[in-house]
Design a protein around this ligand. Sequence first.
Ligand SMILES: C[S@@+](CC[C@H](N)C(=O)[O-])C[C@H]1O[C@@H](n2cnc3c(N)ncnc32)[C@H](O)[C@@H]1O
Length: 202
Amino acid sequence: MKLSDARKDQYRKLAKENMFRSRSAYKLSQINKSHHILKEGMKVVDIGAAPGGWLQVTSKIVGLYGTTIGIDIKEIEPIPNVITIIGNIENKEDINKLINTINGKADLVLSDLSPNVSGLWEMDQLKQIDLTEKALEFTKMILKENGCALYKVFQGENTTEFINYLKEFFLNVIITKPDASRKQSSEIYVLCKRFRKKDLIK
Ligand SMILES: C[S@@+](CC[C@H](N)C(=O)[O-])C[C@H]1O[C@@H](n2cnc3c(N)ncnc32)[C@H](O)[C@@H]1O
């Protein structure tokens, strides 16, 4: 067994033991451990949230006075104190439904969006960036001033361009790769802190 497969197995086993719905739960936990993005009482929106590992991690930390909302094209099994919406981030009506559910501004937007992978790498990577751009457009509508966002990005030719674009809206943009993310996978996580309306950034 390769080391990377062993690590994948280790997180799968841990997720099962700790009743997390996905290995991905550890990616968010590890990012949070280093960067402290989740806090009690926060209002958090998770885009591409199924099966719900990130929602489990988030709701545990934001607690009963916080709000956790997840959207996905796939149904998400209920999680206590979590609101879920079946919807597509590319669909205007679904976005409006999400905005109405949030009812105000969010403190943090999370996006772990992945398209259905076709196996054609360039196509999948372009689609993933395209979806993440939709998540950013949505973020601009609902994130409060100085809020944070975390985006999964499949690395490719256009990654630098996308990250530079993110820098137009956030004062602090950090690239991170948690241990639970396989070394050979092209995914990275871009943590964006201190949201500013574009015209405020010099
Ligand atoms: C890697 S999974 C997310 C795992 C999740 N973070 C967890 O911890 O359980 C990526 C998700 O993105 C969702 N997705 C893909 N395209 C979408 C879209 N257009 N709108 C909403 N969700 C989408 C997929 O259905 C899939 O569930």
